[in-house]
Design a protein around this ligand. Structure first.
Ligand code: C5P
Length: 258
């Protein structure tokens, strides 16, 4: 979908410099075992459309995002390419598909490796968060363009959180070690946004297994900032999350109808 004649990339949500080009990497190579048996999680449907397509559209909805790199299951790149071809996506956005790896971290790194040099802001977004609103995407981009090396959207947890000594056997009682002050805790979502050089360095230098990209940047000793997340940016992990996601889609359809 590359086109020499395409218009110059749009200014960012803050009217930032057009040369700060933004790409999104969507790791979608996980099997999603906690959802139960079936297709890889990203290929399961919500409202009849694969979760991955929802996630791609959610990121491409930002006028600042001019490239989306989808990291497919290792043996599923061809299938993901045809999926993208079969669904309506914005003309102004380029799409690339690369095969993923054994861990989320490796999948993200393979996605970063596919970025052309001209992109200097990178978003990393879980395919498993298909319903993130565009305002959240834009808020993350804006904070990176304003100078933060790493930005994460997050919400205060609604539950009190306990630190425990994990049980050796599933279901066994677990001793509580501490109750962190909830007012200081945030539950982190995606897209996480980065200065591209910072994220590339984090992936080159941090070898410990982590569950999000921002924590790799923390390990470099750099500042990560939080911006407000959104309740609709939740991760589809367990079967009940699918029910919630269908309900959110139904509510959007109803609202769009008026
Ligand atoms: O497993 P979890 O829900 O934390 O995965 C978060 C995201 O990372 C999902 O979108 C999943 O597809 C992706 N992932 C990946 N490669 C892996 C494992 C997970 O791209 N090997």
């Amino acid at each position: 979908m590359s086109d020499e004649s395409r218009p110059a990339p749009a200014d960012g949500p803050s009217g930032g410099p057009a040369e700060a080009r933004t790409a999104a990497v969507i790791p979608a190579a996980g099997r999603g075992v906690r959802l139960g048996p079936g297709a890889p999680k990203a290929l399961r449907t919500l409202g009849g459309t694969p979760m991955l397509i929802h996630a791609v559209r959610a990121l491409a909805a930002s006028r600042a995002v001019s490239l989306v790199v989808v990291v497919a299951p290792p043996d599923g790149a061809v299938e993901v390419k045809s999926l993208l071809a079969a669904h309506a996506l914005p003309e102004r956005t380029d799409f690339v598909v690369v095969p993923g790896g054994a861990s989320r971290q490796e999948s993200v790194r393979l996605g970063l490796d596919a970025l052309p040099p001209e992109y200097d802001v990178v978003l990393v977004h879980d395919a498993a968060r298909p319903l993130v609103p565009v305002d959240t995407v834009d808020a993350v981009i804006e904070a990176v363009r304003d100078g933060a090396p790493a930005v994460v959207p997050a919400l205060p947890p609604s539950d009190t959180v306990k630190e425990v000594t994990p049980a050796a056997a599933p279901g066994a009682p677990e001793p509580v070690v501490a109750t962190p002050d909830r007012s200081r805790l945030r539950a982190v979502q995606t897209p996480q946004g980065f200065d591209r050089q910072v994220l590339a360095r984090a992936h080159a230098e941090v070898t410990e297994n982590v569950t999000d990209d921002a924590s790799m940047v923390e390990q470099l000793g750099l500042t990560v900032v939080v911006v407000p997340g959104h309740e609709e940016a939740f991760k589809v992990t367990r079967p009940l999350d699918l029910v919630l996601a269908e309900a959110v889609l139904a509510r959007r359809r109803l609202n769009d109808g008026f």
